[in-house]
Design a protein around this ligand. Structure first.
Ligand SMILES: Cc1ncc(COP(=O)(O)O)c(C=O)c1O
Length: 392
């Protein structure tokens, strides 16, 4: 019989231990519920580490779309195009800022594409990229170069010309731009960095700075889109339009997909031969992504994320939990900053004992990012468990 225990044992034997996995093998999911291989049920407030962010696990409409697509066409080379690729790209660009889409599989790859696009667009001699302390853009060498030093140990030298400044520091950002700067990468909410929401003033300043200096602004929305923050794309909270946007996690409706969206002015920068990805925009993943985008529209999930997200944050604030310094976030991405470093993981494990899946960010923030379709009762009972654990 396959049990959680022997899957965990074989995991240790066959899989590289680069994640620090918990000893838990999952087997089945439905909506906000997840079951382990021994049949224990969990309430999942962090489905797929963001990938299940729209509809949780195995939503019937996404499953049906995937089934139909799997029976029709599983893959095609990118010398050809297909309806699912076009359908998803149309849905993304219509809700964002027009332009065109390049597909890949992950957030890191989307940022690699954006890096190359920015370098090409900026022109010769302009190669420097500014990003922010506490950001996260991925683990490949280019994306890692934009990510803080704590992730880079042992992998130096990084890409030349990557400069980090404090998130929210207007003056430092302006001072970091010089004649060799090509662009700025920013998360419209820093998620891995602790669920930090910038001010609209800061984001607007970045836009103006990029315009003034003739450099590109890239918003990394791997965590925040689609719809999670209570807008289709989180940059829309600040009334700005980036030049380029990167997407991953939930954009594939639970399947692996990444995307780099270039605004109209930059849509043809990645000309034939400049970049590629053999299975990027695989029709199965693109169809699942389009089904998730359709679900958001049909079920009005942008408005739900905004309204219910605010209510959840208020519930957590009103609980007056002595160990919680701050509750922050937007929509369905909420972080609770604890008063002491390194206890967030204990909270995560205590929640797991109570069959609630939450996550940590940095070392003192507990993070929840439930699926947007999670019903009110389940959200309320999950919050009750979380508050209970935090009070204990
Ligand atoms: C904002 C952001 N960008 C990029 C990435 C990297 O995505 P992936 O793990 O799909 O490469 C992450 C991952 O958490 C992220 O939070």
């Amino acid at each position: 019989m396959t049990t959680s225990g022997n899957i965990v044992e074989q995991t240790q034997q066959y899989l590289i231990e680069n994640y620090g996995r918990l000893p838990l093998a999952v087997a089945r999911g439905a909506g906000a519920k997840l079951w382990d291989a021994d049949g224990r049920e969990y309430l999942d407030f962090f489905p797929g580490f963001g990938a299940g962010g729209v509809a949780g696990h195995c939503h019937p409409k996404i499953v049906q779309t995937v089934k139909e697509q799997a029976q029709t066409l599983l893959s095609h080379g990118n010398l050809f195009t297909s309806a699912p690729q076009v359908d998803l790209a149309r849905r993304i660009t219509e809700k964002a800022f027009g332009g065109k889409v390049f597909y890949c599989h992950s957030g890191a790859e989307a940022n690699e594409a954006a890096l190359k696009l920015v370098r090409l667009a900026a022109g010769e001699g302009r190669y420097k990229i500014i990003s922010f302390n506490d950001c996260f853009h991925g683990r490949t060498m280019g994306a890692l170069s934009l990510t803080p030093e704590s992730f880079q140990k042992g992998f130096e030298p990084m890409l030349p010309g990557t400069v980090k400044v404090d998130f929210g520091d207007l003056d430092a950002t302006a001072a970091a731009v010089d004649g060799e700067t090509a662009g700025i990468f920013v998360e419209p909410i820093q998620c891995e960095g602790g669920v930090t929401v910038p001010t609209a003033e800061f984001m607007q300043h970045l836009r103006k700075l990029c315009d003034r200096k003739g450099i590109l602004l890239v918003c990394d929305e791997a965590w925040t889109a689609p719809a999670r923050s209570g807008k289709w794309f989180a940059h829309q909270h600040y009334g700005i339009t980036p030049d380029v946007m990167t997407l991953a996690k939930a954009i594939g409706g639970g399947l692996p997909l990444g995307a780099c969206v270039a605004g109209p002015k930059w849509a043809d920068v990645l000309a034939p031969g400049t970049h590629g990805c053999t299975t990027g925009g695989n029709p199965l993943c693109a169809a699942a992504g389009a089904a998730a985008m359709k679900l958001i529209e049909d079920e009005n999930l942008v408005a739900r994320a905004a309204a219910k997200g605010e209510q959840m944050a208020a519930t957590l604030r009103d609980a007056n939990i002595p160990r919680v310094r701050e509750v922050r976030g937007k929509g369905f991405i909420i972080g609770l900053q604890l008063d002491e470093a390194k206890v967030a993981k204990d909270v995560m494990l205590a929640c797991l004992d109570r069959r609630l899946i939450v996550c940590v960010a940095k070392n003192n923030v507990v993070r929840i990012a439930p699926a947007l379709t999670t019903d009110d009762n389940l959200l309320d009972s999950g919050l009750e468990i979380l508050i209970d654990v935090l009070k204990a």
